[in-house]
Design a protein around this ligand. Structure first.
Ligand SMILES: NC(=O)c1ccc[n+]([C@@H]2O[C@H](COP(=O)([O-])OP(=O)(O)OC[C@H]3O[C@@H](n4cnc5c(N)ncnc54)[C@H](O)[C@@H]3O)[C@@H](O)[C@H]2O)c1
Length: 251
């Protein structure tokens, strides 16, 4: 799909990887609607880039259905869905205070995994109405997993499971959506310098950077965004998870 004809919703677009993707795709000529629960930064970013914003909770069926309707109306269509909304959580299975809280496990799965599926299923249903392009394509979905899906660390049972779920749904969803000409890919980022990490302090960031094989630094959100753009533009990419991590393998 050409970026100039791309009409994309980006969840989590008010911050970090989603925001960077919105900026890069918009600069390349795409129409963008940000879906985020952050009603302060969301409209700000949208107006800076000349895009749209709909306050959305990705875990809520009605909220997402309304957002997709509004976004499709504002952009006169919808053919790309980039899911970046997510939370980072850390808690050991058995820690100082006993067993992992069940509600924090469920909340992580609900936002990161169920939320992404909620958005992609409704977006794909909307895309099914599109006229296919010369490749027979009606749309493309890009989810955000994490290298924690494969080498999750201590304290990442919930987060790693939520991201492994994103990786696990990629192929079956690609098969499900093949009949309507919608592709799906997932990006598994290593450690990227976003607001999720910026608060950690330089010492910790230097420590994390030292573990990266090459280049020895954290990922730039614009590098994630360029990969998302490449996926949108590459019709033969489907049903796969791509790591972008400087060859980092977490201990
Ligand atoms: N930063 C990293 O190093 C890194 C690494 C691997 C994976 N990821 C994943 O990338 C995604 C983006 O991370 P980021 O670093 O940009 O984080 P971020 O905190 O900067 O941005 C996340 C955005 O998601 C939004 N959001 C959270 N819950 C939501 C909900 N229920 N409904 C709607 N919006 C919601 C937040 O408001 C925020 O704008 C996440 O899924 C994260 O797990 C990040």
């Amino acid at each position: 799909m050409q970026i100039q004809t791309t009409k994309a919703i980006i969840t989590g677009g008010a911050s970090g990887l989603g925001e960077a993707t919105a900026r890069v795709l918009r600069a390349a000529g795409a129409e963008i609607t940000l879906l985020d629960r952050d009603a302060t930064r969301g409209p700000l970013v949208a107006s800076e880039i000349g895009g749209h914003f709909v306050e959305t909770d990705v875990t809520d069926e009605q909220s997402v259905a309304t957002a997709i309707e509004k976004a499709s109306g504002a952009m006169s269509g919808l053919n790309a869905c980039i899911n970046c909304a997510g939370i980072a959580t850390g808690e050991k299975t058995v820690g100082r205070n006993g067993a992992h809280a069940l509600d924090s496990f469920q909340r992580t799965i609900n936002i990161n995994l169920v939320g992404s599926f909620n958005v992609l299923r409704l977006a794909a249903a909307q895309m099914a109405n599109n006229t296919p392009n010369e490749d027979g394509e009606r749309g493309v979905i890009v989810n955000t997993a994490s290298i924690a899906a494969f080498d999750g660390q201590k304290g990442q049972a919930a987060y790693g499971a939520s991201k492994a779920g994103i990786a696990g749904l990629t192929l079956p969803v690609a098969r499900d959506l093949s009949s309507i000409g919608v592709r799906i890919m997932a990006i598994a980022p290593g450690i990227f310098l976003t607001p999720m990490l910026e608060g950690l302090g330089q010492d910790i960031i230097d420590g994390l950077s030292a573990d990266v094989t090459f280049p020895k630094r954290l990922g730039k959100p614009s590098e994630f965004a360029r990969l998302a753009q490449f996926i949108i533009e590459s019709p033969y990419l489907n049903g796969e998870v791509i790591r972008i991590d400087g060859a980092l393998r977490m201990q």
